[in-house]
Design a protein around this ligand. Structure first.
Ligand SMILES: Nc1ncnc2c1ncn2[C@@H]1O[C@H](COP(=O)(O)OP(=O)(O)O)[C@@H](O)[C@H]1O
Ligand SMILES: CC(=O)OP(=O)(O)O
Ligand SMILES: [Mg+2]
Length: 407
């Protein structure tokens, strides 16, 4: 039997298929730039007799089309990794927002789906895609148990001073308005890997997840004590299409003086801001090319993006009262040497020294980019949200949930 993991990001679907008792996937893939003209599907097969990478350049208009495509690839005759969809006993889904009620990995029922839907306003770029992913998976793999694992769960350890807003109490009590934090599956996974590598179970870490969405977490001894996203995945860092932190008065001004509606503001801050607003592009590969061509907009955008990260490093070093390692991860964090260099530049006061040459190397796996004399390690730890979810699914199976015994 197999476990299929689906990770729908705002702009991509990542997937991996694991044998039930192994951390080694039999295939993995990425449907990227969903909704854009240059979307692409990359499907990698790790079978001993068929080890190959397939790239399909075709427009993938939405998450549903992406899901159907990937399901077709698993059983496509010439490259099949399974003969029959019924061999998939469990489908694990990353779900970005679980609110205050969905805080543990859970079997997906009609009630769980209703709760995920009720959170659409708080994760408009993500939860709708997850529901589509879940519903398509239910149709394609009707015999499998569907499990949801939440991005918000790792941040449940935040102390109240970090998760409350300074607004009247009733908004928290009645509406659950508080900091939830996101990318928790990734922050927890890379923090765990860094602690193992450092051989330090009480390490003070700042994990920096830079994908299309970007967030940071202050992690002490494996527990998250602060994080940069808030009620929704809009707060904090500058992102691909999201503004990150902004004075709330900007919204009031646009509403009162310019007549913007709530709907227009939601779209403006989630889809038309961030690096896209600053440069006309939201993919860091395009923006870094422009930076190296001395494009002034790209220069400013990189400065704004990395300056915000530097400020959070200062804040989180204070919150942690020390720093053992910075951990870069996700699409930009793992691949963009320029962003890492600009973040770590002039940070000696925090004991951060990056080795510029090591930073340029394109190696796989966990990497230490620290220069001699750096008291804080500068690490790149590739995230693997799918593996983290697969392990959670396996634990649920091992705990013998009645619905899961046959999967
Ligand atoms: N080689 C690279 N150099 C710079 N940026 C990269 C590279 N590869 C990927 N990225 C960036 O990573 C982003 C996607 O990161 P990812 O973690 O996959 O995001 P998400 O899960 O939010 O879809 C892309 O938008 C792109 O900007
Ligand atoms: C929470 C979030 O922003 O996720 P992603 O980076 O996958 O879009
Ligand atoms: Mg992601």
């Amino acid at each position: 039997m197999y476990i299929l993991i689906i990770n729908s990001g705002s702009s991509s679907i990542k997937y991996q298929l694991f044998p039930r008792d192994s951390d080694q996937p039999v295939c993995s893939g990425l449907v990227e730039r969903i909704g854009q003209d240059n979307s692409q599907v990359t499907h990698e097969i790790f079978r001993a007799d068929v080890a190959q990478t397939l790239k399909l350049d075709q427009r993938v208009k939405d998450h549903e089309t992406g899901m159907q495509l990937l399901a077709g690839l698993l059983t496509r005759k010439d490259i099949a990794v399974i003969a029959d969809p019924a061999q998939i006993g469990t489908v694990g889904h990353r779900v970005v927002h679980g609110g205050e009620t969905l805080t543990e990995p859970t079997i997906i029922t009609a009630d769980v789906k209703a709760k995920i839907k009720a959170l659409y306003p708080l994760a408009p770029l993500h939860n709708p895609g997850h529901i589509k992913g879940i519903e398509v998976a239910e149709k394609l793999f009707p015999t499998a148990t569907q499990i949801a694992v939440f991005d918000t769960a790792f941040h449940q350890t935040l102390p109240e001073k970090a998760f409350r807003y300074a607004i009247p109490d009733k908004f928290y009590r009645e509406d659950g308005i508080r900091v939830y934090g996101f990318h928790g599956i990734s922050h927890q996974y890379v923090a765990g890997a860094a602690m193992t590598w450092l051989k330090n179970p009480v390490a003070k870490l700042i994990t920096i997840h830079l994908g299309n969405g970007c967030s940071m977490a202050a992690v002490s001894g494996g527990r998250c004590i602060d994080t940069s996203m808030g009620l929704t995945p809009l707060d904090g860092l500058v992102m691909g299409t999201r503004s990150g932190a902004i004075d709330p008065s900007v919204l009031l001004y646009l509403q009162q003086q310019k007549g913007y509606t709530a709907e227009q503001l939601t779209k403006l801050l989630n889809k038309q801001s961030g690096m896209l607003a600053l440069t006309g592009h939201n993919d860091m590969r395009d923006i870094s090319r422009l930076y190296h061509e001395n494009d002034p907009a790209a220069k400013l955008a990189y400065e704004l993006y990395t300056y915000r990260i530097k400020k959070f490093i200062g804040a989180y070093t204070a919150a942690l009262n020390g720093l053992d390692a910075l951990v870069f991860t996700a699409g930009v964090g793992e691949n963009d040497a320029l962003a890492r260099e600009l973040v770590c530049r002039d940070m000696e006061v925090f004991g951060i020294h990056i080795d510029i040459a090591k930073n340029q190397l394109r190696e796989k796996g966990l990497r230490d980019l620290s220069a001699g004399g750096s008291s804080a390690r500068v690490l790149v730890v590739p995230t693997n949200e799918e593996l983290a979810i697969a392990r959670v699914c396996r634990t649920l199976v091992a705990e013998g949930h009645p619905n899961l015994e046959s999967s």
